[in-house]
Design a binder for this molecule. Sequence first.
Ligand SMILES: Nc1ncnc2c1ncn2[C@@H]1O[C@H](COP(=O)(O)OP(=O)(O)O)[C@@H](O)[C@H]1O
Ligand SMILES: [Mg+2]
Length: 557
Amino acid sequence: MDVEEALAIVGAALKPDSLHKLHEILFRQAWEGKSYEEIANCFSYDVGHVKNVGSQLWKKLSCALGKRVTKANFRCVLYRYGEMQYLQQQLTVQQESDKTLIKPNFCPNQDWEELIDVSYFYGRTTELATLEQWITKENCRLITLLGMGGIGKTALSVKLAQQLQGEFEYIIWHSLRYALPVEEKLRKIWQFLFNNQYIARDVNEEITDLISFFQEHRCLLILDHIESIFQGGELVGKYGQGYEAYGELFNRMGEALSKSCLVLTSREKPREVSLLEGKILPVRCLQLSGLQLGEISHLFKAKGTFSALASDWEIMEKYYAGNPLILKMLATQIEELFDGNVSDFIFLLERGKVTFENIYELLEGQVNRCSDWEREVLYWLAVNRRSVTLLELQEDIFSWETQQKLPVILMSLERRSLIFKTPFGFTLIPFIRDYIVNLIVKVITQEIKDNQKKLIYLIRLFQPQASAEIKAEQISLILEPIVANLLREFHSFKQLKLHLENLRSEMRSHISKLLGYGVINIIYLKKVAVLSNSKIQLVANTPYRKPIADDISYYSH
Ligand SMILES: Nc1ncnc2c1ncn2[C@@H]1O[C@H](COP(=O)(O)OP(=O)(O)O)[C@@H](O)[C@H]1O
Ligand SMILES: [Mg+2]
């Protein structure tokens, strides 16, 4: 803020014509940090008079701004006041645009279990229009908003409920974050619908009654976060013990004719939904993708001041798939660690030199919920670093059981929004891929250190047939970090080499294990260890890595 902007604020805050010439002179000089004596000397006034005028001015400003203003704090007060005004303006613009969305036909009875702030909400106009069309024009009765954690399902569901207020008699927004058993959830819903008059009865009866109520009254029931009621460690969509009745509720909502609509938000698609959904059927799914380029920079601007090239935003959008939660976490970290310079962050990101634990924690939760088969396939997709077809994967995968189940596993991973399909096959979103690669590095290091071999047999850490670029990445992002970790553990190259040689002989002596990738992986790792020890600079540059990749490929044939 400069003195002209500050004067504009003062002018707008005070009554018209209450700022006299001497007030303005004094204000400008005080802004420069001049003392009353200096001002008086400079403009040939009496010091006492200048002080009186100053005290008048600060008093007027104190009254106008509702805060004690003095010569010592007036700059600070005006900065804050200016900032508050700016935020207020933004909010008013947002509220005005919200008002145009809400149709005041009804004032529905509303039950908001949590109040989620969506005043800073960007984009999603197409999604909101599609959902409104499905609900109001096509009478869909069961809709699932699907997407990975942080993609914006909850925020969108709240926005949707706000937008549809004029359409429903009742709006109920509840969360299943804490996995409330169905009996308790139904009790809460009944208590709201019947003003706390609730008679406990059999769950099936309660569901039947609820559906009858929904047939008579137009209700929008939103259940957020329903992945909490699914079992972890299983293929997607299996209900946890005691939660099966939710499946019954979803199924009957999907099948029964109704004036009402049940909207679910989930990271995983419920089985009933898979069975009942269809493009022109009243049961639908909306798979959420991330925010778009312009919206991402808005998200950042709401957090602070950032400098970035247009290409930086594009990289961010692709790498993080426009995930608003992750982008918000990043904005905070880029502001703190890089003084808001997005290009500096991208520079490190592209070289695999920056990871943020809180982002990885978010992914950890989602990957941990997967079954062992799914994790094995995630590892393969991460090592491949490109889209691969089901057949290509089937050829690579060592475990017979995983090979057999592969179509179901891929479908399950897709329903968890962890992988997606391209015209060339299945692949991972880049930041998830890098997380899985880090996981592979950690697990394999630990396995070699503890001589507990499992993953090292299951996946191939280096693919001699891959393109030069992918091979270079497999070396720099998988093999080298494992070797570097191991060198720290074993203290000397000699000891590490000996350990790897012992491991290899041991693996060779187990006939059955020879079929896995254990031996070949140890050969790759030993080769990389030898090359790093021979002081060949393994720089992060593809052309330099090419001879190394060729060398390893040759060595391993
Ligand atoms: N369209 C959007 N504009 C701005 N912020 C958003 C938007 N969608 C989501 N967010 C923010 O991103 C974060 C994650 O969103 P949330 O709806 O909780 O994701 P999910 O439910 O998919 O895990 C929240 O802080 C939310 O406010
Ligand atoms: Mg959510």
